[in-house]
Design a protein around this ligand. Structure first.
Ligand SMILES: Nc1ncnc2c1ncn2[C@@H]1O[C@H](COP(=O)(O)OP(=O)(O)OP(=O)(O)O)[C@@H](O)[C@H]1O
Ligand SMILES: C[C@H](N)[C@H](N)CCCCCC(=O)O
Ligand SMILES: [Mg+2]
Length: 255
């Protein structure tokens, strides 16, 4: 069973945090112990609420941060601005492996998109996923890509999948971070086309999170998260989370 789920995105602000919370809530509902980690949290002051606090609130799981920096920028630049250091890749791996000792799954949320440098040496969340995979053996890591629903997402999604592939890290699937409310795909040809694009990717569309999901009450969020990852074809998209469920939860648990 896979231990680490690395949640990356096609960009910043695509819904990684809500997707991380939804994945954590889904795993928890399946009886798994889950923790979440944000290796580099930028744009948040000490005492303010960061992405992990949001995931904690929505999904009811515990969590950790590798480093927190106040400027809303990429990690290396944010660290330079305040003269702070950054954890090394080995520091991140050690912290995450520590978290994995006491949890069935560690869900890791990157900062921005796949190739944003997280360390002074320029390593990215893709390098972190590779390091965890090497450490944990084959199949120890799932990489999930969160993508936008609207115009521009085809290019960003394909670039991200290609970059993963090039690094020998197949994506386990894609999550649409925020699908506009009230089924506008019926009247919006761009959304209709994008839905078909996502459904025909070589990797599964795992979930299509409704716009405003992060504003749901946590109890409701946790109930709905099960439906977002359900196998049935309903609502806006037919979803294919069976493979991920099997990898994360074991055989015969794809519902
Ligand atoms: N609790 C929330 N309620 C409503 N909207 C939210 C909430 N949290 C985030 N959003 C909005 O959802 C969108 C996606 O934000 P999110 O934090 O999920 O992005 P992200 O992909 O995690 O980016 P980052 O790289 O900063 O981690 C943003 O436009 C943000 O303003
Ligand atoms: C501050 C922001 N919300 C993220 N945490 C950091 C995003 C870095 C993106 C860098 C880039 O791709 O240009
Ligand atoms: Mg986030």
């Amino acid at each position: 069973m896979n231990r680490f789920v690395v949640v990356t995105g096609t960009d910043t602000d695509v819904g990684k945090t809500v997707a991380t919370a939804a994945l954590a809530a889904w795993l928890r509902s399946r009886g798994r112990t889950v923790t979440v980690d944000k290796p580099t949290q930028t744009g948040v002051l000490p005492g303010e609420r960061g992405d992990i606090d949001e995931v904690r609130r929505l999904a009811g799981v515990d969590g950790s941060e590798g480093v927190r920096l106040p400027d809303p920028m990429a990690p290396v630049e944010a660290a330079t601005r305040v003269g702070a250091g950054l954890p090394t890749l080995a520091d991140h791996v050690a912290r995450l492996r520590g978290a994995a000792q006491s949890h069935d799954h560690v869900v890791v949320e990157g900062a921005g998109g796949l190739l944003v440098p997280l360390t002074v040496e320029g390593e990215t969340i893709a390098d972190l996923a590779s390091a965890l995979a090497q450490d944990g053996g084959e199949g120890a890591v799932d990489v999930v890509v969160v993508a936008r629903a609207g115009l521009g997402t085809m290019n960003h999604t394909l670039l991200t999948l290609e970059a993963l592939e090039r690094r020998g890290l197949g994506a386990s699937g894609v999550i649409i971070g925020s699908w506009p409310a009230s089924a506008p795909e019926a009247s919006d040809p761009v959304l209709l086309g994008n839905l078909s694009f996502f459904e025909n990717l070589p990797v599964p569309l795992l979930a299509c999170l409704p716009e405003g999901a992060g504003r749901l009450e946590p109890s409701e969020f946790q109930v709905q998260a099960l439906e977002w990852f359900a196998e049935e074809s309903s609502g806006s998209a037919s979803r294919h989370s069976a493979a991920l469920a099997q990898r994360l939860l074991g055989p015969g648990t794809n519902r």
